[in-house]
Design a protein around this ligand. Sequence first.
Ligand code: SF4
Ligand code: SF4
Length: 214
Amino acid sequence: MNLKRRSQALKALYQEFRADTADQMSGAVCTIGCSDCCTNVGEVYATTLEGILIFDHLKRKNPRQKQQLLRRIADNKTVKEQHRLARCAFLNENGSCAVYPVRPFSCRRLYSVRRCGPSGPTLHRQAWEAGERIRRRIHLLDDCGYGGHLSYILTLLLDPWFRHDYLAGKFEPAAIEEFAGSHGIVINRWVEPRENLNQGRGFSSPSEGMPERS
Ligand code: SF4
Ligand code: SF4
């Protein structure tokens, strides 16, 4: 399946999740500007296919916005590499998301029926389970790709060499082994049916001891 069809299939999975969880999500208290879930988080999980949608979205920003966002991605990566909680690179000052139309599934599946406190969101079990099913299908769809923290995945995609090979459908995990192993990147085609996506298989993943959103 070529990239265009994969991207369409990814968007269809997003829509399927939204339709399947409409009843539960109708009780969400989430609003623009309520952004605890994007502030001081451990991992904002994304696959390479989702990263490509974001990458293409960034290309359409004006040069100043694009430069700012690239700086924020680099800063987020630096903070994460120090094993510290980090504000998402795409969280704007007003609490909105700079890439909202193309935000990854880990953000789309997150909601809460009570305003989040220290214990995090309160959501329905059915919605969580539906999210797990969609998450697995996203990995299967992106079977030449990888998954991990959003700014790490975008760092890979900002490398012209990696992006060229990924877009050509090449599967060469050995070529990114050093970066992947030190940044908790997982190999999508090997990740299923594992239950915990963040224990990488094929790369040696560090344990950062931070909350995850996958
Ligand atoms: S998940 Fe929690 S912090 Fe995030 S928008 Fe919803 S209520 Fe606010
Ligand atoms: S991508 Fe957007 S919705 Fe997701 S954590 Fe970042 S700011 Fe929040």
